[in-house]
Design a binder for this molecule. Structure first.
Ligand SMILES: Cc1cc2nc3c(=O)[nH]c(=O)nc-3n(C[C@H](O)[C@H](O)[C@H](O)COP(=O)(O)O)c2cc1C
Length: 199
């Protein structure tokens, strides 16, 4: 294969390489039209057999976001207490801090649920999430996938409060907001990732 090909730095590639997980937000609200655009971008993700199993809960209410952070921490710490993995210790210390908000005070939370017994709901919803994060980046909005919020999916009271039907399963929780700083350096990227290249 020739190595002479120069890849142009187009907008899509720039967007992919410059997206970062953002954990420091300005208090500014995100307009509803922008939120709708993020959701629209999510729905253009591929899905197995085009089943589109994703459903979204949009939360802009800051008191509720803070409450969900608190409940996630309780549930997560309960589960983490049963883990024997040594790397959990520093995470437990961080999550235990009373002032630690797992959503980093972001002004917008979007929870992604799968709605029915699709072929691959977890993959489909993750692709929708990445579409939202890239769309957000293209609009100058920061984002972060918050795995620490996953235990919320096992709390029937919270799900009922949010109006989520029993058949729906929480697949991911993302935060969005205008970042205090956009050009964060990318954390470590492994270069040796191709197992085999067969021509
Ligand atoms: C499934 C998943 C769960 C994550 N959970 C958290 C989280 O709970 N808190 C957090 O601050 N970042 C979380 N992240 C963000 C990762 O830490 C981040 O993507 C990784 O360090 C690479 O950095 P980058 O996104 O800036 O490239 C999560 C990312 C993924 C994909």
């Amino acid at each position: 294969m020739s190595n002479d090909l120069k890849i142009p730095e187009n907008e899509v590639l720039k967007n992919i390489y410059s997206r970062r997980s953002i954990r420091d937000y300005l208090p500014d609200d995100i307009a509803d039209d922008v939120v709708r655009e993020l959701i629209r971008a999510a729905t253009y993700a591929p899905s197995a057999a085009n089943m589109q199993p994703w459903r979204f809960v949009v939360i802009k209410n800051r008191d509720l976001i803070a409450k969900l952070s608190g409940r996630s921490k309780e549930l997560w710490l309960e589960q983490a207490g049963r883990s024997t993995r040594p790397e959990m210790k520093s995470l437990v210390n961080m999550v235990s801090r009373p002032n630690f908000n797992i959503f980093f005070n972001a002004p917008l939370l979007i929870m992604i649920f799968s709605d029915f017994d699709a072929f691959s709901p977890q993959i489909d919803c993750a692709l929708a999430g990445e579409n939202m994060m890239l769309a957000a980046r293209s609009l100058g909005i920061g984002s972060c996938w918050i795995g620490l919020a996953s235990p919320l999916g096992q709390d029937p009271a919270i799900l009922a409060d949010l109006g989520v039907p029993d058949r729906c399963k929480l697949e991911g929780t993302l935060i969005f907001g205008y970042p205090t700083k956009l050009d964060h350096k990318a954390p470590r990227r492994d270069k040796e990732v191709v197992l085999k290249w067969i021509e």
